[in-house]
Design a protein. Structure first.
Length: 293
């Protein structure tokens, strides 16, 4: 076997898996906090990718200010999204909220087309385009950046949720809302923070993946579906499962596309999803749920 090729596939698979993991975390955190699935999470990747690309390409803003403005904007949009798509329907069950998120997803996609146009945008790269050569192995610097930023995000998430008071309150809210309310935790505020945090995770994913692919209004749909598959494969509701599910899906996708067929690249995620649902419906890190007759 060609070591150089396989190592390149490993790096690219982990890089794409990192993107899926960040978006899957958004799905899981909102589901744990609010008890709903946000099917607009993919558009929270697409929108910041457009914002960053326009700031960099057309307004020639520096990388750090452009990315900072993008993340602040998508965080604020997360608050608006929570107030529009979730808050008015929070007491009517999960289905109306899911339908609401789908509606907002369509609105965001059409709005992006109206504001940014139909032409794909290729954002300016924050790192050189020339590959990093390690012997015969050629690695895209953007992949290295993706892996590095994802590692920092995962470390931050661990420290934030495990070592800070706010993080523990968010965990308590996700585990038992009624008990958390009795303990004096403002549940509504915790849910708002979760939406903002999930939006920023999607924004980071959009900023990182934008220079690899052309930014289009449809990119969020594909990434969102694959991230949703990652969350289910890992065990929906499990944070470690979302992360490992993303990495697993990214690796399988890259190796299968190279060794089997690149024409079915996007289909491998759903094949893996079907297999996991058949073999282990609760996912690798999910818990079995028994129902009383």
């Amino acid at each position: 076997m060609d070591f150089a090729t396989n190592f390149q596939l490993l790096v690219s698979g982990l890089a794409m898996g990192s993107i899926y993991a960040l978006v899957a975390l958004g799905f899981v955190l909102i589901n744990n906090a609010a008890g709903v699935v946000n099917f607009a999470q993919g558009e929270f990747v697409m929108l910041p990718a457009f914002i960053a690309a326009v700031l960099l390409n057309h307004f020639h803003v520096g990388f750090l200010p452009a990315y900072l403005v993008t993340l602040i904007a998508i965080g604020l949009f997360g608050i608006i999204f929570q107030r529009v798509a979730y808050y008015p329907l929070r007491d009517r069950g999960w289905l109306p909220v899911v339908i609401s998120t789908i509606g907002v997803s369509i609105f965001m996609k059409n709005g992006a087309q109206l504001v940014f146009g139909t032409e794909p945008i290729n954002p300016i790269r924050p790192v050189p385009a020339s590959p990093i050569m390690i012997g015969e192995v050629a690695i895209d610097p953007q992949f290295v950046l993706i892996l590095s930023v994802t590692l920092v995000c995962l470390i931050f998430q661990y420290v934030f949720f495990e070592k800070t008071t706010l993080g523990r309150k968010l965990q308590a809210t996700a585990q038992d809302k009624e008990m958390s309310r009795l303990l004096g935790i403002r549940i509504s505020l915790m849910i708002v923070i979760t939406f903002v945090y999930s939006s920023i995770l999607g924004g980071i994913a959009g900023i990182l993946v934008g220079p690899i692919f052309y930014v289009t209004k449809d990119m969020g749909g594909t990434l969102g579906l694959k991230a949703f598959c990652s969350a289910i494969v890992g065990g929906f509701g499990s944070v470690p499962g979302a992360i490992l599910g993303g990495f697993l899906l990214g690796l399988i996708e890259q190796y299968s596309a190279y060794y089997i067929s690149s024409a079915y690249r996007d289909g491998f995620a759903f094949i893996i999803l079907i297999l996991v649902l058949l073999i282990r419906p609760m996912g690798f890190f999910g818990e079995k749920v028994s129902e009383k007759a």
